[in-house]
Design a protein around this ligand. Structure first.
Ligand code: HEC
Length: 101
């Protein structure tokens, strides 16, 4: 019985610490974000540097899958072809706003 509880606690810990972008580097993601001028439309929409789009009350992204889908939609708009690795980096960077687990 004790070991079952221990196992359950271990699982809970693993879930809490899970990183949805384990292969991403936030600093590289920030460079990509700047390189692609990702915030240019977001800034035009919301003012400031545009990052308010990630923290607005009715933001669209609620999990890592949605974040990747939105990155793909946005990069398609500017003809940028993000590699899976780019998405990991951007995800790691943008997760400073989303705090996705
Ligand atoms: C051509 C204009 C444009 C560019 C460039 C652009 N975006 Fe966007 N982005 C949008 C629009 C418009 C929305 C809002 C979509 C909506 O509300 O349906 C958005 C929303 C987002 C969101 C979701 C915000 C939320 O509500 O949670 C993310 C994440 C995002 N963009 C990432 C990126 C990344 C990463 C790049 C650079 C590769 C980028 N965007 C470049 C237009 C753009």
């Amino acid at each position: 019985m004790k070991s079952i509880i221990g196992l359950m606690m271990l699982c809970a810990t693993t879930v809490t610490l899970a990183n949805p972008f384990p292969d991403g580097n936030a600093q590289t993601g920030q460079k990509l974000f700047e390189q692609y001028k990702c915030n240019r439309c977001h800034a035009a929409m919301l003012g400031g540097d545009g990052s308010a789009i990630f923290t607005r009350a009715d933001r669209k992204v609620h999990n890592a899958t949605e974040l990747v889908e939105q990155m793909e939609a946005c990069s398609g708009n500017i003809g940028a072809n993000l590699t899976p690795q780019d998405k990991q980096h951007l995800g790691a960077y943008l997760n400073r706003y989303y705090n996705l687990k």
